[in-house]
Design a protein around this ligand. Sequence first.
Ligand SMILES: NC(=O)c1ccc[n+]([C@@H]2O[C@H](COP(=O)([O-])OP(=O)(O)OC[C@H]3O[C@@H](n4cnc5c(N)ncnc54)[C@H](O)[C@@H]3O)[C@@H](O)[C@H]2O)c1
Length: 477
Amino acid sequence: MKRRDFMKLPAVGFALGLTGYSCAGELDEDVQETDVQWTGRQQIRNMHDFQAPPCLPLRVGYIGLGNRGFASLQRLAKMQGVEIRAIADCYEYPIRRAQDFLKSRNLPEAAEYFSSKESWKDLCARDDLDVIYVTTPPYLHAEMAVHAMLAGKHAATEVPMAQTLRDCIRLVDTSEKTGKHCFILENCVYDFFESMTINMAQQGFFGEIIHGEGAYCHCGGTGSVLQHKPMPPLSEEASPYYQHRLKLIRGNAYPTHGFGPICKAMGILTGDRIEYLSSVETDDFVVGKTLAEMIEKTNDPYYKQFAGKTYGGGNSSIMRTANGKTICLDYHTSVGRPYSRVHLLSGTKAFCQKNPTPLISIGNDQPVSEEKMAELQKEYAPELHVHIGELAKKFGGHGGMDFIEDWRFVNCLQNGLAPDFDVYDAALWSCITPLSFWSVTHRSNSIDVPDFTCGAWKTNKPIDLSLRNGGKNTEMI
Ligand SMILES: NC(=O)c1ccc[n+]([C@@H]2O[C@H](COP(=O)([O-])OP(=O)(O)OC[C@H]3O[C@@H](n4cnc5c(N)ncnc54)[C@H](O)[C@@H]3O)[C@@H](O)[C@H]2O)c1
C-alpha cells in the first residue's frame, strides 16, 4: 500500500479557547488548520456504493442527546427493526429524558453512559452495536466518528462532519480502512424541493447545469444567540452550545446545508469535482460588539475570554469544477435576515431557485405557472419521497426532511444498501470551512480542494433516490 504523501501548505492555525460550557472541557479548540493536503494518495477501497452486510435488527448507539440527538432517537425508536441499545451524553438530564421516552414506548431501557465527557468511548467499545449516531457539537464529530469506526461500527455524524482538513482526511482514511460507512446527516438533500431538483437534474431537465448557488443564511441573529450564555442541556430550553461556537469561527462555518444539495444536483464527486475555491468575508460588525457589551453588562469570565479577538462576518465562497462549472456558497448568520439556503441551479435548458420562493423557469426569464409547477412536482418527485413523503410530513423534523434522512439511512443499513452519502461527500462538504478560512486570511487567494476520492469521482455513480434497488421495507411501529 502506497503511503499518503502530504504536501505542506503554509500552516494556518486558529485556536479558540472556550471553557464556559464545562463538558467542552479541554476540547477547547476549533483548529482550522489547512496545513495538510494530499497528493499521490491511492484509495484503500472505494466507499462509494460500498455495501456492508445487512443489519437486522439495526442496533443503534447515540452520543449526544441534546436537540438533534433526542429528536432522532424518537424517530428511530418508532422504526421497525431498530433497537436503541446504548446512549451517551456528558450530562444526566438528556439521558433521563431519552430513557423516559423509551419507557413510554414500552421499549427496553438503553445502556447509559454519562459519568464524564469521555464516557462515550465505553459506548463505542460495546460489542452489540451496528451504528453510532454522533449528535454532539461540531468540534467533537470527527474524533467520535473515527473512534466509532475503529471500534467496528458504522458512524453517522451531524453536520458538519469535521472542521479541519486533517480530520476530513482522517475520516476518509478510517472509513476506507475499516469498511465502515461514515454518513453525514445532511438532511437538506432530502428536503422536497431539493430532492425533486436532484431528480430533475439527473433526468436532464436543466440540460447542462453550469452554475449552482447555495447558502446558509439564518434568521437567528447573533445578538440573541450570544446574549444567552450556552447552557448544558438541563432542560428542553437549553441554548445549544454549537450555535455560540459557530458564531465565533471565521470562514464558512456551516457549509453543508447549502452545498450538499447543490453537489448532488451537479454530480459533484460523480462525474465532476471541485478543483479550487476562493473566499471573501466581511468584517465583523456584530459578534465582537455584542461580546463587548456582554462583558460590560455581566463581568462574566465566560465572556471575558473572547475579548479582543477577531471574529468572522458574512462569508462568500466561489468554486470552479473540473468540468468548467461554478458554484457560489454564502454564509450569513451574524445579522438578522430571512432564512435562506438559496438552492439555485442554472442550466442550459432550465433554472430553479428555492428561496425566497420556489420557482422553476424553462429556457426564459419567466417562472412557470402554479399549475405547471404542480405538474412538475408530481412528475419529478423521487420515488423515495413518493413512498414516505406523507409519513415524513406527519413525523416532521424540519418539515419532514429529518425523518426522510433517518428512515433512508436506517433502511439502507437494514438492507445492506450503500447509503446516499459516503465519507467523500462528508469530507468535501465539510472541508469548505478550513479552506474558506485559509482563503479569507490570504486576501482571497484560491486554494485547491483535495480530491478525497483519489480519482474515483470520474466513475462513481450518482445518488439514486428511485428505490429501484429495493429498500421500501422499513415500517413504522
Ligand atoms: N441538520 C440540522 O438541521 C441541524 C440542526 C441543528 C443542529 N445541527 C447539528 O447537530 C449537532 C447538535 O446540535 P444540537 O442542537 O443537538 O446541540 P445540543 O447542544 O442540544 O446537543 C449536543 C449534546 O451533546 C452533548 N455532549 C457534548 N459534549 C459531549 C461529550 N463529550 N460526550 C457526550 N455528549 C456530549 C451535550 O451535552 C448535548 O446533550 C451540532 O453539530 C449541530 O451542528 C444540525
